[in-house]
Design a protein around this ligand. Structure first.
Ligand SMILES: NC(=O)c1ccc[n+]([C@@H]2O[C@H](COP(=O)([O-])OP(=O)(O)OC[C@H]3O[C@@H](n4cnc5c(N)ncnc54)[C@H](O)[C@@H]3O)[C@@H](O)[C@H]2O)c1
Length: 303
């Protein structure tokens, strides 16, 4: 079993002033990476900001003999994100790893949610990750190496009451990962998703104390390290919490060819259980798999 070694690698971790991001940054630095520690330094709902949170993590890394730089950009600010990536390039000449981790919550049932809270959450999680990824992408293409981790969530993958904004943004990151992993493949850019469960200020009020105690953020870090490593997979959705690791898959069932007649809606309704049956389902390698399955069945029905 070879040790996951990040010596010589340059990593950017967003939202690394506290919570999971801080543990990601500390672990990457401990294993040899030079780490740009980004954090807006705001409240859990995204209000306020200061570079102090990122600087404290940088101080901790340096005190342990590591190399790190602080950055206080909001991931929502394209110009500030570009400057952040340039800061890493100026200091260390490359960016090998991007961990898109920054995030906020504005929880409310959909009935009560203001559109401004929906937009802000999408802006931070989805567009924030897009801005950071877009800024590192040309560097990763040029150096023919990149590892990008998108932080998704079970709330996006499976839903969670009161988190329609957050869930939509987190699932959008899965979509972003699916296509970027295809586009990045030729230049050795691997893109993956991490779905953590951890006791942080984000989950403080949401779970009982003994449950939170089991969910140390440190227990998520091994999954991030595997997804950011040289021999990382690509297009994987890894779930992690309390020392257990799982994978989530977006699957396609075998389906049933019904053709097109006036009563197709009725026949589809009658056979819905067969259509949704998971026997023989696949994890498509790209979106083309759906059309291939459908057209293949249509051609077969004609024969
Ligand atoms: N804790 C969990 O159980 C859990 C579950 C699923 C997903 N997540 C995700 O993990 C990530 C880390 O969350 P956490 O639990 O450590 O919470 P956290 O609040 O401790 O960490 C989020 C960090 O992001 C920073 N941030 C917020 N907006 C920012 C912006 N615009 N620009 C830069 N930094 C910004 C915050 O200042 C904070 O330090 C988030 O993306 C979150 O959605 C967490």
């Amino acid at each position: 079993m070879s040790k996951l070694d990040f010596t010589g690698r340059v990593a950017i971790v967003t939202g690394a002033g506290g919570g999971l991001g801080k543990q990601h940054a500390l672990a990457l630095a401990r294993r040899g990476a030079k780490v740009l520690v980004n954090d807006l330094g705001g409240a859990v709902d995204g209000a306020g900001g200061s570079v102090g949170a990122a600087q404290a993590v940088v101080d901790e890394i340096r005190a342990a003999g590591g190399e790190a730089l602080a950055n206080g950009a909001s991931v929502t600010d394209v110009a500030a994100v570009e400057a952040m990536v340039q800061q890493a390039i100026d200091a260390w000449g490359r960016v090998d790893i991007l961990v898109n981790n920054a995030g906020i919550l504005r929880d409310k049932s959909f009935t009560k949610m203001d559109l401004s809270d929906f937009r802000l959450v999408v802006d931070v999680h989805l567009m924030g990750a897009v801005h950071c990824t877009k800024a590192v992408w040309p560097h990763m293409n040029a150096q023919k190496y990149g590892r990008i981790v998108m932080t998704t969530s079970s709330s996006g993958l499976y839903g969670n009451f009161g988190q329609s904004n957050y869930g939509a943004a987190k699932m959008a990151l899965v979509g972003l990962m699916q296509t970027l992993s295809l586009e990045g493949a030729k230049n050795n850019i691997h893109v993956n998703c991490l779905a953590p469960t951890a006791a942080t200020r984000m989950t403080e009020g949401l779970m009982p104390a003994d449950v939170l105690a089991a969910l140390q953020p440190e227990a998520v870090v091994p999954a991030m390290l595997v997804l950011a490593a040289e021999n990382a997979p690509t297009r994987t959705i890894l779930c992690a919490g309390a020392g257990t690791y799982e994978a989530a898959h977006i699957t396609l069932t075998e389906g049933v060819h019904l053709g097109l007649t006036d009563d197709t809606p009725e026949r589809l309704a009658a056979r819905l259980a067969e259509v949704t049956d998971r026997q023989g389902e696949q994890v498509p390698q790209s979106g083309a798999a759906q059309g291939t399955n459908e057209v293949g069945k249509a051609f077969a029905a004609k024969r």
